[in-house]
Design a protein around this ligand. Sequence first.
Ligand code: G3P
Length: 215
Amino acid sequence: MKLFLDTANINEIREIASWGVLDGITTNPSLLSKEGISLEKSIKEICKLVKGPVSAEVISTDLAGMLKEGRAYSKWAKNVVIKIPMTIEGLKAVKILTKEKILTNVTLCFSANQAILAAKAGASYVSPFIGRLDDAGESGMTLVEEIVQIFENYCFMTEVLVASIREPRQVTEAAIAGADIATVPFAIFQKLIAHQLTDIGLKKFIEDSKKIPKK
Ligand code: G3P
């Protein structure tokens, strides 16, 4: 499973990129609004740091506007992926941009039927928002399992990008379900590596290493 970082913060991206395990980035207008930098500047800077796919979301909700933005973003860097909302206009935009060989990520997906439509339109990625579904009293991970199964049944090429992750266990569960990608917030990324038994074990090894004769 590929691991993306869900942020527009350059320092966070630099840090996780330095670990050598970062496959891509997802941003959204809410994440970008925290940075005080324009969308274009942010995405261009992120694309210089990360070679993998970088999702940049359109602001327009009408077809013409989404196409205009999508085409413009796609010229900023080779690895830009156009994030399009799960709407009828969005589906039309995905179909057209896909024909133009522009990569798309259908965002705000909350049902298997929406994911089927995104795949049929030719989306490169579909993003089920699992945390928000859990917040609404539904099961985000059940949705991921359903989408993975359906895409497997019909050999859909669209990759399942699990988004709105709130805790480390969800990364494990996404991998067990067979998701292609988990996009993980910075704080959760740091928790992926942490285990108190690792810390205790390392401390003991370091202490014991001092007792080994030098020669
Ligand atoms: O990238 C979009 C998604 O991950 C948003 O997460 O926590 O705002 O539901 P959240």
